[in-house]
Design a protein around this ligand. Structure first.
Ligand code: COA
Length: 279
């Protein structure tokens, strides 16, 4: 049996031109999420969150999987053997990094290169955008081994997919291809495997051109308003914009100036030149 991978080797990353490419790195176990991986992933994303060299985070997988979900041996069987405390501890470690990612300071993109199962739907949803290889496979396989889709996976399917499709997906445990996942709303777009990285890089570069404070406010607002009445959303958005002005009071003025006075760009067709904005 191969030696067990050390905790710090369960996640890898590199930063290239302000994009952090973070990888689930247990290809021999199809990148399933063990307590070690969950702890290491939290460390890695925390380290990158306020690193000035990083503007966008991409989450992908080494090998043939994005993530085969929770580790049935190390996350379920072995922690259950420790009693309720073991189970709760392992759950908190997993949920902690998904939550951190849901409210991440930087824009995030899931680049689903292969298998994506069960618990994998947590980080999939946590990422702001998602792109998949056409031949990736998405499944709520829990029903196939006798549990319900926990760890938020049911909620993810219910939020992202039309009701009938979500119900069928969860009850039948049949997989969707990347293309079908796009049609069902699980990802933004599915592409041939050899085009996936280029497309994700292109989207990441477009995000790098936008005002980072406005991006953070926008992505948080998009998640928050889902659970608000229209009245509350309207009010929240006023307050969120005013809070945004506290962090960056020049953005909108500069955006207006370059359009109205300099006539150097059109907001309907692209972003203002960030480099000209007063710091
Ligand atoms: N938990 C624990 N081990 C897992 C795992 C998981 N979720 N997914 C894969 N592995 C392990 C396998 O046990 C195997 O270990 P071994 O080499 O020690 O025998 C290794 O990873 C490779 O997996 P294998 O099944 O041989 O790879 P495959 O490419 O033929 O099939 C999958 C890939 C993803 C279809 C298959 O591994 C699978 O069904 N995994 C479980 C997916 C799942 O139900 N996840 C939901 C959990 S909530």
């Amino acid at each position: 049996m191969a030696a067990e991978r050390a905790e710090e080797e369960t996640v890898s990353y590199e930063i290239v031109d302000r994009v952090a490419w973070v990888k689930f790195n247990r290809p021999e176990k199809r990148n399933c999420m063990s307590p070690k991986l969950n702890r290491q992933m939290l460390r890695v994303i925390e380290k990158l969150e306020f690193d000035d060299n990083v503007g966008v985070l991409v989450l992908t997988g080494e090998g043939t999987a994005w993530s085969a979900g929770m580790d049935l041996k190390e996350y379920f069987r072995e922690t259950e053997a420790l009693g309720l405390q073991g189970t709760r501890h392992a759950q908190r470690e997993a949920y902690a990094w998904w939550k951190r990612l849901r409210w991440y300071q930087k824009p995030t993109i899931a680049m689903v290169n292969g298998w994506c199962f069960g618990g994998g739907y947590g980080p999939l949803f946590a990422c702001d955008l998602a792109y998949a290889s056409e031949d990736a496979q998405f499944g709520l396989s829990e029903i196939n081994w006798g549990i319900l889709p926990g760890g938020g996976a049911t909620k993810v399917a219910q939020v992202l997919m039309p009701f009938r499709k979500a119900m069928y997906h969860a009850m039948l445990g049949e997989n969707l291809t990347g293309r079908e996942a796009e049609e069902a709303g699980l990802v933004n777009e599915a592409l041939p495997a050899d085009k996936l990285k280029a497309r994700v890089g292109e989207v990441a570069n477009k995000l790098l051109e936008k005002n980072p404070w406005a991006l953070k406010a926008t992505k948080d607002a998009m998640r928050r308003v889902g659970e608000m009445t229209y009245e509350n959303a309207e009010d929240y958005l006023i307050r969120a914009q005013e809070a945004l002005n506290f962090f960056d009071n020049e953005a909108r003025k500069e955006g207006m100036r370059q359009f109205l006075d300099d006539k150097t760009y059109k907001p309907g067709l692209g972003a203002y030149d960030l480099s000209k904005q007063k710091k």
